[in-house]
Write a protein that binds this ligand. Sequence first.
Ligand code: HEC
Ligand code: HEC
Length: 186
Amino acid sequence: MLRLMTAILLVCLSATARAQSIEEKANVCGACHGEDGIPQDKAFPIIWGQHAGYLYLQLRDFQKGVRKNEIMQPIAEGLTKDDMMALAEYFEKKQWPKLPQAAASGADAATAKRVNGSIGCTGCHLDQYQGDGSIARIAGQNHDYLLKTMLDFRTRDRANNPGMSDLMNAASEDDLKAMAAYLAGF
Ligand code: HEC
Ligand code: HEC
């Protein structure tokens, strides 16, 4: 799997270097984030329809190395600030895809509502978890990615937003599993 990913990455990087227009640069992203917005892997995030402010900040953080990921860091390093802003605006205008993810079980939904009641996720992510500006949309995001990134915040492997890390530490791992199921099927 890792060898395959590295091969895809190398093809993508040389394509990024050659690519000229934003559409051509965006086609490179489709290899993983999906030609039609549906990610190729359950651990890859949806970026179609995500907020431009949030997308831009993530690309910037990968480039600066404050958000670490062996796939995305080299890709972001090949982009200029103007590319990152243009790509963020390009993907924001796309339609968020509906993934075939089941609604959470009653038990998971109850746990997620309790967690939201104590931590106040919707205070920032808004009442439908739709986000805005630099706050990510998390409703309907890819399940395995949601769980991975919340756990990465929790262990501070994802260190680009210490506030989110503190909040994820106010919940247990089981709480976050329920939250991922709830948000994925929202
Ligand atoms: C080889 C696969 C691959 C390619 C090509 C790729 N990405 Fe990614 N991208 C990923 C993975 C995997 C992650 C999740 C990283 C993590 O778990 O922290 C990610 C994360 C992201 C994120 C963060 C999303 C979020 O919800 O926080 C953004 C933004 C992003 N990619 C944009 C892009 C753009 C723009 C391109 C094209 C220039 C691109 N990616 C190309 C695999 C890829
Ligand atoms: C004080 C405001 C605030 C609260 C409360 C909050 N978040 Fe966040 N959250 C953010 C911000 C800002 C980001 C973007 C961080 C970044 O730039 O990397 C974020 C990012 C995320 C992400 C990553 C999205 C992605 O695409 O990678 C997830 C998942 C998430 N939050 C879930 C939650 C959950 C679940 C709760 C409640 C248990 C919660 N958040 C509470 C502000 C908040």
